[in-house]
Design a protein. Structure first.
Length: 231
């Protein structure tokens, strides 16, 4: 057998190993990104509850409570004993512009079983780990249109099933703002009027459309809700 004939199978085996390693690296990256997002959301959700109880959150306490929750019922007992509910605080407007990736609050849509932490910013880094408050739109507690953005294949994937009159809650350290869905529509990706300032208290959720489109989606799915109550 000539040297060239022997070299052929070696090259094929080398290519097979190269493709295998590339595939494994891609799978590892996907698992790491998704796992880190889940852990980040879980910690921020827990830390937000601690702040509402006027307690200082820490990674060690979070890890300890999660460990106890996995191996027994001690966490529930500790919460009853150590985490007394504080006196309710009156809602107050946010007086300053939050920093990028600063925690804004927690978004909940009960009928869709959707719960996600909300951070300041609509850049790719922020939207990878949370729902983002769109800079330049109103903040909860201030009069105007609160704009929130999320990816159609992660946090806002369930928006495809939202309906008119669905309830939406946006919980912050200054109070919980309840909204009711008024309209659902699809617009072009450059239609910024959906985020225009308003003299009424409103909430606008924005994600890409179609939901199952491969690649960069050409349109935007818009959910508009009106403020109904503040607690």
């Amino acid at each position: 057998m000539s040297a060239e004939a022997r070299r052929g199978p070696s090259i094929l085996r080398g290519l097979e190993w190269s493709f295998l390693l590339i595939g494994l690296a891609a799978v590892d990256t996907y698992i790491w990104i998704n796992t880190s997002t889940v852990v980040y959301q879980a910690y921020q959700d827990w830390a937000f509850d601690q702040k509402l109880r006027a307690l200082a959150p820490s990674a060690w306490r979070f890890a300890g409570e999660e460990f106890r929750a996995l191996f027994g019922k001690e966490r529930a007992k500790l919460e009853v004993r150590e985490l007394p509910l504080p006196l309710p605080k009156p809602p107050q407007p946010v007086p300053r512009t939050p920093a990028r990736s600063e925690l804004i609050g927690r978004l909940e849509i009960p009928r869709l079983h959707l719960t996600a932490m909300v951070l300041e910013g609509a850049d790719s880094g922020t939207l990878r780990k949370a729902v983002g408050h769109i800079p330049g739109t109103a903040l909860p507690g201030n009069t105007g249109n609160v704009g929130l953005a999320g990816h159609r294949d992660t946090f806002f994937a369930m928006l495809r099933d939202i309906r008119q009159d669905d309830a939406i809650a946006l919980e912050t350290e200054n109070g919980t703002y309840q909204y009711v869905v008024e309209s659902i529509r699809i617009v072009g990706q450059h239609d910024v009027q959906v985020l225009a300032a308003s003299n009424k208290d409103a909430l606008t959720l924005v994600t890409c459309y179609p939901f199952f489109f491969v690649g960069s989606a050409p349109k935007r799915f818009i959910v508009r809700a009106a403020l109904s109550a503040v607690h």
